[in-house]
Structures are given as C-alpha cells and as structure tokens.
Design a protein around this ligand. Sequence first.
Ligand code: GLP
Length: 241
Amino acid sequence: MRTIIFRDKQAVGEAAAILFAAQVLKKANSVLGFATGSTPLETYAALSGLSQRGIVDFSEVRTYNLDEYVGLSPAHEQSYAYFMRRNLFSKINISPENCHLPDGMARDLDAECASYERGIDMDGGIDLQLLGIGHNGHIGFNEPGDAFPDATHCMTLTPETVDANKRFFTSADEVPRRALSMGVGTIMRARAIVLLIHGADKADICQKALNGPITPRVPASILRYHPNVTVLLDQAAAAKL
Ligand code: GLP
C-alpha cells in the first residue's frame, strides 16, 4: 500500500485525476470503478477539465459505480446515477451506455446484483477503482459486520450511515434504508485501487483503516491485503497516523 500525503483536498483530487488519466492514456478501453460522496468531487472536476481540453479520451472507457440506493430512480436528485451524470458523465466524452450503476429500482434486487457482477466480469474486470471511506470504515456500502461481503449485494444501511447521508435529503426519513453495493470481494478483484481520504473528521477512521487490525469491523482495513492500492490523503486526515 502506497500512502501519499498532500496539502489539501484539492491536491488529493488532482493527484487522483492524474492516476485515472494515466490509466486511460495507457489503455483506452479501461474499465474504471467510480465512487460517490463528497470525497471524489475534486477528482471528477479535474477529470472533466482533462476531457474538455482533449487530453483524456473517454469514448472507449466503461465505468462501474460502487453502489446505488434502493428505491431511487436515476432521475431522483439524490440517486447516485444522478450524481454521476451531474458531476462527471455529462462533462466528459463518455457514452451513457458505457456507464453502469446497480439499478436500485429493479424488481428482483438479487437478480440485479448477480447481473451487475456478471457485467463487470464480462467487461474483463475493473482496471482501476476509486474509493472514499465512510466514518465507520465502510467502502461502497459495505458496512462494518462479522464478515466481508464478497459480491454485489443488497444491504441495510447502518443508522450511522443514514445519519451521515441525511444532509443530502430534506429529512432523515427520506434517506433510503437499503442500497445495492459491490461487495468487498468485487472491490478487491479490481487490478488497482485509489483510496481518497480527506478532512479532519476522517482522521480517526483513517488511522484505524491504515494502522489498526484488519477486520470486517473496519471494512476498509482489508485493502492492506490488496497488492496495488494507492492512498491519497490530505494533512488533516493523516493527522493521527
Ligand atoms: C457514502 C458512499 C461511499 C462513500 C462514503 C463517504 O455512503 N456509499 O462510497 O465513500 O459515503 O462519503 P463522503 O465522501 O461524502 O465522506
């Protein structure tokens, strides 16, 4: 695991964009794994700029997002599909049919999870996966538990995560209680991973994930067993390392 500390979140985001740009320059038809949340916003802004300036060509790229809420359609402003369109897909030269998120409106959620996992395999697996981390150590929506979930699955959000995500909704009651998420196994099968952590509020979980015991109680801790992970941090998140 390579760990690089930057001055601030802007530098973290630009460094991550450089790694994703390099991946696409090396392999035009890369399969990229993307994340939502506030953490990757600077990365997406920088990637949008690189696309608009003609430096990175996304026309052959395929993307798979980590997760989606159950019950929100892609038109819902808080769905992750909407987030990705607004912050990245509408600003780069990528075809909508190459952008994949689990379908939180699917009638048969288990079948949707299986088909999402199959789609990733059929596209050859994820070359580079972007990750943020929740305050409780979750990656995607893999919440702390007794085991690491393997494949894409439907799960119930912890009260802590509902609370953390309510800032995006008018009230906590509106936050969906379930989500579809790549499993920890799906994430660990990516060939390379870039984990972003910024902000003083992430300093505790950053310390636990990078230096504490490797345990499903802190899902991100398993990333230390992956052969190719780059962690990009700002000084505030790295304060307790
Ligand atoms: C959400 C997402 C995660 C994300 C995390 C952190 O629940 N499912 O993929 O990493 O929360 O969010 P933020 O970046 O806003 O701190």
